[in-house]
Design a binder for this molecule. Structure first.
Ligand SMILES: [Zn+2]
Length: 364
């Protein structure tokens, strides 16, 4: 039946009609608010590239958690900025780690707020990578020395020295290194157990090492935390949209990039394989990150898998909206809600977002 019998505008005529036929609804019950915990007291330090988002000392984080809870948001996810970093990410798994301390304090003050613990090593590693790094020595330095020694003519010797120096300089400028998958698993599992012991309710591994979900599940079960669910960052893409987060969590890699463990943004089928493997390994919920540039991945995951599906509206998505709004180029509240609605419509029922508090206020 076509026009003039059918007129789709009939159902758009009033607020009440539009409300009744709305297909997707945004409610705070699906929001998770990310928080960055730093050492100190009475500290609220705004992240330069994420206006409205703060590094919080534990006492301030407790206040923030109370506010989050009072707005009807069920959960927060905690990230830590440790006092010290090293090569084995001690701050991630130490009993008195910054997130462990914060989680005890928040649990005491707001027992009904769900605490998610992001499990990764990058914030706690001196090199800023998400796993254990093995650096290789400068290539062929011994061989080069022998060749130089073996040359007789001074001119040839200088040439040989120049050649070796070029190779070594290139190596120093771009050191060869490897993120060691299996060695990282042990530290990630240890972190998960330590966080759970401190009161974290849901373990959320974000490192993208192969086999981490199984390793974490095994370690949690060994420690008798059978009922602690795992929300795996199953399809986490290597993305430029993480820029502001790295300032917020002080976790930028000191060398290289994360392309060898995070996913290539071009790959949808591989994302489905990542998710499938995490489910086989024991994930209870799955996540796609970032959200808006990967709505098709969210929709495909929703179509294919039956687990609760989360999406992370990342720092760059937030920063873009904030920047444009501050310039008067877009209507902030409207775009904020529309961006969240798009993620919900694509199929994510849980949304991790820096807008959780403000969206909850607008939706109340
Ligand atoms: Zn990481």
């Amino acid at each position: 039946m076509a026009f003039p019998i059918t007129r789709l505008r009939r159902l758009r005529h009033t607020d009440q009609l539009r409300n009744m036929v709305r297909e997707t609804r945004l409610t705070p019950e699906g929001f998770v608010y990310p928080m960055f915990i730093c050492p100190g007291e009475g500290l609220r330090k705004e992240v330069r590239s994420m206006p409205g988002v703060f590094n919080l000392s534990i006492d301030e984080a407790v206040k923030e958690a109370q506010e989050v809870h009072s707005l009807g948001i069920p959960a927060v996810i905690l990230f830590g900025l440790p006092e010290n970093k090293d090569e084995v990410a001690t701050g991630a798994w130490a009993d008195d780690g910054i997130v462990q301390q914060a989680s005890r304090a928040i649990k005491r003050a707001v027992p009904n707020l769900i605490l998610m613990g992001d499990v990764c090593l990058c914030e706690y590693m001196s090199h800023g990578h998400c796993g254990v790094v093995r650096k290789s020595p400068p290539p062929q330095s011994l061989g080069a020395m022998r060749r130089i020694m073996a040359v007789d003519s001074p001119g040839e010797k200088m040439k040989a020295i120049d050649g070796a120096a070029t190779v070594i300089t290139a190596h120093l400028a771009q050191p060869q290194f490897e993120i060691e998958n299996d060695a990282s698993l042990e530290l990630l599992a240890r972190t998960a157990v330590s966080l759970t012991r401190a009161g974290i309710d849901i373990i959320a591994p974000s490192d993208m090492m192969d086999g981490r979900v199984a390793a974490i599940r095994r370690a949690l079960d060994d420690a008798q935390f059978y009922n602690t669910p795992i929300l795996s960052y199953a399809a986490k893409f290597a993305s430029g949209f993480y820029g502001p987060f790295r300032e917020a969590a002080d976790s930028a890699p000191q060398f290289g990039d994360r392309m060898s463990y995070q996913m290539d943004g071009a790959n949808l089928r591989e994302a489905m394989r990542e998710i499938e493997l995490d489910i086989e390994e024991g994930a209870d919920m799955i996540m796609v990150k970032p959200a808006m540039p990967y709505l098709d991945v969210i929709a495909a995951a929703r179509d294919r898998f039956d687990l609760p599906l989360a999406a992370y509206q990342v720092s760059g998505e937030y920063a873009m909206i904030e920047a444009a709004a501050r310039n008067g180029w877009i209507e902030r509240d409207r775009v904020m809600l529309e961006s969240l609605l798009s993620i919900r419509r694509a199929g994510a029922s849980i949304i991790l977002t820096y807008y959780a508090k403000e969206a909850a206020r607008l939706l109340a």
